[in-house]
Each structure stands twice: as structure tokens, then as C-alpha cells.
Design a binder for this molecule. Structure first.
Ligand code: HEC
Length: 162
């Protein structure tokens, strides 16, 4: 499949993709502050616990997301996307993922009127718990996807340093 289908998926997920690219642009600068640690067993143990308790109800026990996740519901909200390789979580650098999880999509993207079903976890999870759950999600991706994500983080870093 790969490239072509992924681009098609991205195009289909336009609204959200736009939102998240905006976030990536704005917050790429502190990419290292919330770097994920998908190889650290202690982080992963905590991350899996947090995922099961806080995220699985929407994003799926197997990270599969909700059905028809690219189509907004009658309330204008998108269903929860998958966090596995079929979604676009891995298209965003660490800092973007951190901000979406901590502050929610609207605030993270600076889109005041954007309504989203993704709850902000500020005050619910500590920064360490947010990094842990995102690290655990990353640890579930195939090696090749993890590698691409590493490269993207490096690029976000470089772009910020310019
Ligand atoms: C009540 C349902 C719900 C819960 C619980 C939830 N999410 Fe979400 N999440 C969503 C929805 C819906 C979106 C899509 C938001 C949008 O664009 O409007 C989303 C989007 C995201 C994104 C952006 C993905 C991308 O491809 O850009 C991340 C990252 C994320 N969630 C992480 C988490 C984490 C981590 C947890 C648990 C700590 C969590 N979510 C819990 C509903 C949920």
C-alpha cells in the first residue's frame, strides 16, 4: 500500500490534518522538551496503564480508533482516530502529540472555535504520564514507522533551529 494510500487518507482527513499541521508549525520549536521514550521499560509500563484507563475507551483497546473516523458526526466532531500505523498520529512530532493530549486540539492548534471530542488532559494527567502514554503508543508501531517518526522529529528540530 503504503505511500499512496497514506496520502489519500491524509487528504480525506483534511480538517484534522490541517489543524494538526498548524500545531506542528507553531510548536515544533521545543521538540526535545517532551521527547518520547519508547525504549524505556518503566515509561512503557506506566504508559500502558494510562492508555488502558484514559484512552482505550475512544482510541480502542488495540489502538484501532472508532469506526468511520475520517467522517465528522452530526455534531460536527470527528470520531477518535486510530493510534496504530493506519492513523496519522505518527505523522506528528513528539511536541505536537504532547500538546494535543495536554491541551486538546483547539487550544494546541490555536483554533478557538474548533469543536473536538478529544478531551484535554491538563490537570488530569501529569506531563510524565502524558509522555509515558504517548511513548507506549509509539512502542506499538512497526519498526519502519517508528524510524520515520524519529526522522520527522529530527526535521522538526532542525526547522525550529533555523
Ligand atoms: C472521549 C474520547 C477520547 C478519549 C478518551 C481520548 N481521545 Fe484522543 N482523540 C479523540 C478524538 C475524537 C480525536 C480527533 C480530534 C479532532 O481532530 O477533533 C482525538 C485525537 C487525538 C490525537 C491526535 C491524533 C492525530 O492523528 O492527529 C492524539 C495524539 C490523541 N487523541 C491522544 C489521546 C490520548 C493519549 C488519550 C488518553 C490519554 C486520548 N487521546 C483520549 C477522542 C478521545
Amino acid at each position: 500500500m503504503q505511500r499512496k494510500n497514506l496520502y489519500l487518507m491524509l487528504a480525506a482527513a483534511a480538517g484534522m490534518a490541517v489543524a494538526v499541521f498548524l500545531i506542528a508549525e507553531r510548536f515544533g520549536d521545543s521538540a526535545s522538551a517532551h521527547a518520547l521514550r519508547p525504549d524505556d521499560p518503566t515509561t512503557l509500563a506506566l504508559g500502558e496503564k494510562v492508555y488502558r484507563a484514559q484512552c482505550a475507551s475512544c482510541h480502542g483497546a488495540r489502538l484501532e480508533g472508532q469506526p468511520e473516523w475520517r467522517t465528522r458526526g452530526a455534531d460536527g466532531r470527528l470520531p477518535a482516530p486510530p493510534h496504530d500505523a493506519s492513523g496519522h498520529t505518527w505523522h506528528h512530532p513528539d511536541e505536537t502529540l504532547f500538546r494535543v493530549t495536554k491541551y486538546g486540539v483547539a487550544k494546541a492548534a490555536g483554533l478557538k472555535d474548533y469543536v473536538s471530542a478529544m478531551p484535554p488532559y491538563e490537570g488530569v494527567l501529569s506531563d510524565a504520564e502524558i509522555i509515558a502514554v504517548l511513548s507506549w503508543i509509539k512502542a506499538q508501531w512497526p519498526t519502519e514507522v517508528r524510524h520515520k517518526h524519529d526522522q520527522m522529529n529530527a526535521q522538526a528540530h532542525k526547522a525550529a533551529a533555523r
